[in-house]
Design a protein around this ligand. Sequence first.
Ligand SMILES: Cc1cc2nc3c(=O)[nH]c(=O)nc-3n(C[C@H](O)[C@H](O)[C@H](O)COP(=O)(O)OP(=O)(O)OC[C@H]3O[C@@H](n4cnc5c(N)ncnc54)[C@H](O)[C@@H]3O)c2cc1C
Length: 493
Amino acid sequence: MAGANEPREFDLIVVGCGISGLSAAVTAQQNGAKVAVLERAVKEERGGNTRYTESYWRMRSRDAVSEDFEDQLANNSGGYPDPELIQDAMRPYDEWPPLLKSLAFTDPELIATIAREAPVALQWLESFEVTFDFLPNYFINESTTRMAPVGGGLALVEALAGYAETVPDDITFFYETTAKALIHGADGAVTGIDAVGKGNRRLAIHGAAVVLASGGFEGNPEMQSHYLGPQALYIRPVARGGHYNRGEGIRMALDAGGAPAGDYGSFHAQPIDPRSGEQEPVVLTYTYGILVNKLGRRFVDEAPTTVDASYESRTRVIMQQPEGLAYAIHDGRLDDVPNWQKSVRTRVPPLMADTVPELAAQIGVDADELTATIDTYNAACPDPAGFDPIHADGLATSGLEPIKSNWARVLDQPPFRAWPIIAANCFTFGGIKVNTDAQVVNMDGEVIPGLYAAGEVVGLYYRNYPGSTSVMRGAVTGRLAALDFTRRHNRAA
Ligand SMILES: Cc1cc2nc3c(=O)[nH]c(=O)nc-3n(C[C@H](O)[C@H](O)[C@H](O)COP(=O)(O)OP(=O)(O)OC[C@H]3O[C@@H](n4cnc5c(N)ncnc54)[C@H](O)[C@@H]3O)c2cc1C
């Protein structure tokens, strides 16, 4: 690919080897670019979070996102954005004032672009012999439609990286190489990356543009404590891949003047068993029992709606409890829920006892407190007729604070069981503002030449994560970045 004014090694430099980085690298190569991919991990662990996800996509078919896709993203937008500013979002993007272009809110143009491009990205991935289907998941009840690639995110990583390895003249992988800083040309455009390799060896890689696809900061305790608060001490990445995502990409873009977007004070929270070393050891049965904290007290409505739509907000409340810990308490009636085991991914067995005081002793909670909590809860439960584990059944407590809105049945039948639960950080929400070509937008609403962001580096989510949209965000934004880059450079050639 031509168009360079000065000698350089690569056209496009991609930081990160998950779905967003690989989608960018391979799309750019298919359009004629010579690409470098920097990856902090060793080859065997490449792929960050993507490597460990089952990779559900919020789709109703191979050709369309779910019915609720755009509404869900829009509903979870910002806090209370200024309507005077937001009304300009109805105008064509070119006419938006700079304040709006750089505003941290859910940009409707970006949502619409992701919705339009997700099926294109899915079908492009299928061209690498990955098959998408409606695969089973761990929710007993759910509120939307999802598809996933057979073999999960690992299949995506290996298919794209496998393809990239067949074109070694075009795509070069730098493993165990961590991007640290952007290199700017004389005109301010981004032209490369300063990185460190094994042994803290420094290297500079030059190109015509950079795609930051290095994930969020779920693997960085300093940034988590800074943005999420001191209770972040008690959380950890939901899978091994998250430990590699230490926020350098986001920091590099902010340092270059990129506008922040996404909810810096929040993250995609999942309820996991802290005793388990497995990947994503979620415990999602608590909707059929109760949650208590270390003081033996309930603290939240365990079941305001279907579990897929409520577990994240419940988990964030767990994080705020003493020592960031709660217990899911069940009795023998859990066995009335068909196939409940699919919602418990930890293989560490629950703590079991024949009586509530014995269970309290096992979990180190005051027996009188736990007994009082369960007695009060039991007294507030309705007639159990109509219990329906598959749908939100409206069996709610009465006169109880906090209420339990669904599946409220007394807990009095041994064996009593308890699973400890902490919040896991699947990925952070705080990221960088991009336009619909995945170009990084600066604080003044202008594009930073030569700088793209993709995947978790893109700030998109606020408050609540509309599930099954992050892998598609990665694939779409990675491809948008590569397509914009190759369009510009092929034109300049
Ligand atoms: C267990 C689990 C289940 C999930 N389930 C779903 C789901 O069903 N659906 C869904 O949509 N999402 C899901 N997610 C979230 C989703 O997988 C991720 O948000 C998405 O894959 C992120 O893609 P990415 O390319 O942005 O980042 P990643 O896949 O995390 O890739 C980032 C890469 O950058 C590398 N890197 C980081 N810093 C640097 C640096 N400074 N220099 C060089 N390399 C660096 C990392 O090593 C990593 O390879 C799940 C995540 C997990 C862990």
